[in-house]
Design a protein around this ligand. Structure first.
Ligand code: 5GP
Ligand code: MN
Length: 359
């Protein structure tokens, strides 16, 4: 767990002592990385800003020590992340399978970032679990699996990018953080905290952000690149989603659905629905929000759940929708048709009447 020794540092030199890795692990990792290694860095399937930011931030950091490093993602990610430094060197397992598998099989060290179990990488699960590489997990999701030799798992953390900063700090190497690394890490902290507003955002998060700006992250430009590059069709899709918004006031719940037909109509592209569920959660007196997105090619309905306060969407998703995540943000899926998925959701909800109204 996170050791909350939050000392005040006026000069930001050493922000916080934070570690779920003991001193011996840190010493061993320093030793491991003291000579050139073949390293792969892997995030979860459908990588988001934190997944891409953390893998690339660590990638640039390890490159500086002359390791042979590759970032391998399970599949593609949204266009609004396709400017992050080094992004053009990312390998995609679904389209470059042979090359990726060879790199994984030959890797001496594997960093797994922003996920807690190999099945979160989809089709990479087998090759990752068979790998002989020394595995280092850095992640902030609940209930991590026990596959890694070295684990830095902390569910209180705002983002994996924040943890990468702490990781580099544990290695006594924050001096190595340059504008490129700072830019990558800024992306994931910004996106996973909803631009620094979710509960996991702490004063330490802000101090790290200040450091990253000091080191050359251009905050306004990064924000613009991620949030202000919408297509007209994406906004029309948002309009459609908002007109599908339903509210169940007595259960303080709101939900949105998008059918495959609607997605096609507005020329849906990966990432277009990111953040839409937050509109449902922004309603006055609502503590639980969901979005159901039909994915006919995959034969599933993708579900995103968000909450305020103590209502755990992680537990809700684990119990009913084959997913998980964090207390206030989780994902899941359903193999039922869209309408039936929503009907199931509504029927389950009444069992949570007390929990939702006690919030
Ligand atoms: P989203 O709704 O944006 O897909 O996911 C919300 C959060 O839950 C993200 O941190 C995401 O990584 C995590 N998440 C999504 N699906 C799953 C899942 O099936 N299992 C776990 N453990 N976490 C998930
Ligand atoms: Mn994350």
């Amino acid at each position: 767990m996170y050791l909350s020794l939050k000392t005040r540092h006026s000069n930001f030199k050493k922000i916080v002592y934070s570690s779920s890795m003991n001193k011996q692990d840190i010493t061993s990792i320093k030793q491991l990385l003291s000579t050139e290694k073949k390293i792969v860095i892997v995030p979860h399937k459908n990588p988001d800003g934190d997944a891409i930011g953390s893998t690339l931030g660590l990638y640039h950091y390890l490159l500086k020590s002359n390791h042979q490093v590759h970032v391998i993602v399970p599949n593609d990610y949204p266009d609004f992340l396709k400017w992050i430094p080094g992004e053009d060197r990312i390998l995609k397992h679904d389209t470059q399978t042979t090359e990726c598998n060879t790199l994984i099989e030959n890797a001496e060290v594997m960093f797994t970032l922003d996920f807690n179990a190999f099945h979160r990488t989809g089709n990479m699960e087998t090759v990752l679990s068979e790998s002989k590489a020394i595995k280092i997990m850095i992640d902030h999701h609940q209930s991590p699996d026990d596959y890694a030799k070295y684990m830095f798992s902390d569910v209180s953390m705002s983002s994996t990018c924040e943890m990468i900063y702490h990781f580099i700090e544990m290695l006594d190497d924050t001096e190595a953080i340059d504008a490129t690394i700072a830019t990558c890490l800024y992306v994931g902290i910004m996106t996973d905290t909803g631009s620094f507003r979710f509960t996991a955002t702490t004063s330490t998060t802000h101090q790290i952000i200040a450091q990253l700006i000091e080191k050359g992250a251009n905050n306004a430009e990064i924000h613009n690149n991620i949030y202000d590059t919408n297509s007209y069709e994406r906004l029309q899709l948002l309009g459609c989603a908002l007109s599908n918004l339903k509210v169940i006031p007595e259960l303080r719940t709101a939900y949105i659905s998008l059918s495959q037909e609607e997605l096609y109509k507005y020329n849906y592209k990966k990432g277009d629905t990111e953040g839409v569920v937050n509109y449902a959660l922004s309603l006055n007196n609502i503590v639980f929000a969901a979005i159901f997105i039909e994915d006919k090619p995959e034969g599933i309905v993708k579900i995103s759940l968000r909450s305020k306060g103590n209502f755990s969407v992680n537990e809700f998703s684990r119990a009913h929708f084959n997913g998980g995540g964090h207390t206030n943000a989780a994902g899941g899926k359903s193999e039922l048709p869209l309408k039936e998925t929503i009907a199931k959701f509504i029927s389950i909800l009444s069992g949570y009447n007390k929990a939702l109204n006690d919030e």
